[in-house]
Design a binder for this molecule. Structure first.
Ligand code: SAH
Ligand code: SF4
Length: 346
């Protein structure tokens, strides 16, 4: 059964919802992982794209039940970098060899469109690709950021189960999240989305639906993160058992369905398994997003507990990840890593 599904997925890059569920529930996923690794090699090569992650504000106006930065978490440590500090961190990232920076934060209204555009314009002068991950905005704001230099945008759908999404993200509307993704796509961004795997109440049907949603959009990037309960949230007592393997399966199937997209080996994977990112890179992933935030801030940006490398400096992270990547026979790509670059010979 698994063999014939894999045969179909590797040649046609399509699967029905039931077929995806069957792969997600397979007891021995090694054939699936092997197939995803081969398709990864064929469509995006052995190069790994590094994106330097700058976590620039831990303030958030939203209250997502799963997230340590939710506004109701009074124990969260809040900080906000100044535009100058953000630009300086981007400059340092370039000096470590990064070709892309990802600017990520909670939904912090202090950073209005004028401030964001100023930051983007300054960073763009460094001739790198810029990814934003700052949540739901109006179409006009997205247009202004794109004009100011943002090339890519990461906005996970989290789950395509609308009822579950609206239960876990109070006062947020699933349709608005979808509207954001469509606006971003129409405005010419490379769009990244993704799911949280293991949310309470989430089913394999929901996860299969997530993959079909990414295929339909279609996304240029997709990050799959295991849900890790945060002690200062309403979901503190939820379990984490099984989320790691299920996330690997999600990543592998995504590689088969969307063979040439960029798939990060997410940091949360390494929180659950000491070799989490390397295993992900061998099950379909081709991107890593090392942290380039400096000093104490990276500890304070606590979406989930047990975040890795909070005591390391950006240059240590850069060296560490490069040797890990080389230890599995891969290399750090010198390209900016746009969708499809490998097939275009870039
Ligand atoms: N505020 C922006 C970007 C920061 S949050 C946004 O929400 O889009 C980035 C991602 O962190 C979210 O998309 C979510 O999938 C992930 N995240 C939040 N809480 C988490 C948890 N407890 N475990 C794992 N990932 C989590
Ligand atoms: Fe805010 Fe993003 Fe966390 Fe939701 S997931 S509370 S929007 S930082």
């Amino acid at each position: 059964m698994t063999q014939s599904l894999l045969q179909k997925a590797t040649t046609e890059h399509t699967l029905t919802q039931d077929e995806i569920i069957s792969l997600l529930s397979c007891v021995n996923p090694w054939e699936l992982f092997k197939a995803a690794d081969q398709i990864r090699k064929q469509y995006v090569g052995d190069g790994v794209y590094l994106r330097g992650l700058i976590e620039f504000s831990s303030y958030c106006k939203n209250d997502c039940m799963y997230c340590g930065l939710r506004r109701s978490n009074v124990q969260a440590q809040r900080y906000r970098l100044s535009p100058q500090q953000i630009i300086e961190m981007a400059r340092k990232a370039v000096s470590y060899g990064y070709k892309t920076v990802v600017l990520q934060s909670g939904e912090d209204l202090w950073f209005d469109a004028d401030k964001m555009c100023h930051i983007l314009r300054e960073i763009k002068k460094l001739d790198i690709a810029i990814t934003l991950s700052i949540g739901e905005k109006t179409r006009e704001e997205y247009a202004a950021y794109h004009q100011a230099g943002a090339d890519r945008y990461l906005l996970r759908i989290e789950t395509t189960n609308q009822a579950l999404y609206e239960k876990l993200d109070p006062a947020m509307f699933w349709q608005n999240r979808v509207r954001c993704l469509h606006d971003l796509k129409e405005l010419g961004y490379e769009v990244g989305s993704g799911s949280l795997v293991g949310l309470p109440g989430q089913t394999l049907d929901d996860l299969a639906q997530d993959l079909l949603f990414f295929k339909q959009l279609p996304v240029d990037m997709a990050g799959i993160g295991p849900f890790i309960p945060h002690p200062h949230t309403p979901l503190a007592e939820e379990k984490v058992q099984g989320h790691f393997e299920l996330s690997l399966k999600m990543m592998a199937i995504m590689r088969l369905l969307l063979p040439d997209i960029n798939i990060p080996a997410t940091t949360a994977m390494e929180t659950l398994h000491p070799q989490g990112r390397l295993l992900a890179l061998q099950c379909g992933a081709n991107v890593v997003m090392p942290n380039v935030t400096e000093g104490d801030y990276r500890k304070k940006y606590e979406l989930y507990p047990g975040k890795i490398c909070t005591g390391e400096s950006p240059s240590q992270c850069r060296g560490c990840i490069q040797s890990k990547i080389e230890s599995i026979g891969r290399f750090v790509s010198a390209s900016k890593g746009f969708h499809g670059d490998f097939l275009k010979g870039k």
